[in-house]
Design a protein around this ligand. Structure first.
Ligand code: GLU
Length: 423
């Protein structure tokens, strides 16, 4: 499908949002027009129809996607999401972000993303297994340990990765655990991978607070999302002494000025189908009220496009650390800049997940596994380096952290294009 068609399909193009920021960065850094042209066009786009026998005995056909945005710095890397709003345009945007994210984190990868338009919460385990296997089978010529490496994203976890790995190995007759990351530990996953994205959010938050001369122990935070990213982020920030005053997920949102007992919230969610509805550790508020509540640090770690221009006007936090991919619409960027709110952008803030995916891939290739402490130490070090690169570029180019993150990525990808002569 062409870029034009994809744009026409959606109301607001997320891929356009990526290009809008790419253009600003490209202009500021004087990026070669050739490099920009290459990056404006994802290198491969695959759409499949997946017929699945549902538990009711009827066949349902699901749309599956995989977009490889670039392989300039290495094999393409990126998750597979299961959600009802998955579409070509969204997957293109997410794939491009993966290219930039991997470059910012200095990983030897390009970027890709996949997705299936489905509602995983409304499907049985058997249906989800059949769907995951069908998807992996349909991608047998796309995925590859040195070619394109999927991982979990919204709506997927280690469980889906294990099914996909098994199917891929059956179809190809190989046994290469590194073809998929984010796997459960016993089938070749890495210690620390589960908490990695939340951990990256924590490391980036502490790095930013240090630059802002703020002591974590006197800082409050609100975390939107209590899934894989938000729950670990809230736990780890809390462990560093930050008072979490608001948490929320798709079922309920809570505020507590005195600080939410994060352990109690985690225990509650663990016993309650992994959702917060019914939690009593705070006053229930609206989902958007969390974004504008009184706090110092805001961590949007759930959905995309939640920080609109209007919400941006009302945010009280001094620092936003984007745990989700694309939580801020481009039109809100200038409001946040004018209001001098520092934004640690998604392609830096949530790169902890793919960083530990990279470690998982390295361990799979070596057939030798690291301790959790080794993983975490290496992760923190990589994240701190990435943060400083972006921070320094923001100062050098007198721009926001977001545009500076794009510049950091484009500097590397640009060099890759020039050195490889990939055209
Ligand atoms: N889906 C995650 C992301 O958006 C992780 C990707 C990966 O580990 O490859 O960064």
């Amino acid at each position: 499908m062409s870029t034009q068609t994809a744009k026409a399909q959606t109301h607001e193009s997320m891929f356009d949002a990526v290009l809008a920021r790419l253009d600003v960065a490209a202009k500021l850094m004087n990026l070669s027009e050739d490099v920009a042209t290459i990056l404006r066009n994802p290198m491969k786009q695959v759409k499949v129809s997946l017929p699945i026998m549902m538990d009711n005995g009827k066949v349902q056909v699901f749309e599956g996607y995989r977009v490889v945005h670039s392989t300039i710095l290495g094999p393409s890397k990126g998750g597979v999401r299961y959600a009802m709003d998955v579409n070509q345009d969204e997957v293109m945007a997410l794939a491009a972000w993966m290219s930039f994210k991997c470059a910012v984190a200095n990983l030897p990868y390009g970027g890709a993303k996949g997705g299936i338009k489905c509602d995983p919460r409304a499907m049985s385990v058997g249906e989800l297994e059949r769907l995951s296997r069908a998807y992996a089978k349909s991608m047998k010529d796309v995925f590859g340990v040195n070619k394109d490496i999927p991982a979990p994203d919204m709506g997927t976890s280690g469980r889906e990765m294990a099914w996909m790995l098994d199917e891929f190995n059956k179809v190809t007759g190989e046994d290469s655990p590194g073809v998929i990351t984010g796997k459960p530990i016993v089938v070749g996953g890495s210690l620390g991978r589960d908490a990695a994205t939340g951990r990256g959010v924590m490391v980036n938050t502490l790095a930013a607070l240090k630059k802002m001369n703020l002591d974590p122990k006197s800082v409050t935070a609100a975390v939107q999302g209590f899934g894989n990213v938000g729950s670990h982020a809230a736990r780890l920030l809390h462990e560093k002494g930050i008072k979490i005053v608001a948490i929320g997920d798709h079922t309920a949102t809570f505020y507590n000025e005195k600080g939410i007992d994060i352990k109690a919230a985690l225990d509650f969610a663990a016993k309650n189908n992994r959702v917060l509805k019914g939690f009593t550790g705070g006053t229930e508020i609206g989902a958007n009220d969390l974004l504008t509540c009184k706090c110092d640090v805001l961590v949007p770690a759930a959905l995309q496009n939640v920080i609109t221009e209007e919400i941006a006007q009302n945010i009280q936090a001094k620092l936003i650390v984007e745990g989700a991919n694309g939580p801020t619409v481009p039109e809100a960027d200038h409001v946040l800049n004018e209001r001098k709110i520092i934004v640690v952008p998604d392609i830096l803030a949530n790169s902890g997940g793919v960083t530990v995916s990279y470690f998982e891939w390295v361990q799979n290739k070596a057939g030798y596994y690291w301790t959790e402490n080794e993983v975490n130490t290496k992760h923190d070090e990589k994240m701190e380096i990435a943060f400083s690169h972006v921070w320094n570029n923001a100062a050098e180019f007198k721009t926001s952290m977001r545009i500076a993150a794009y510049i950091t990525a484009l500097q590397k990808i640009g060099q890759g294009v020039t050195l490889k002569g990939n055209y």
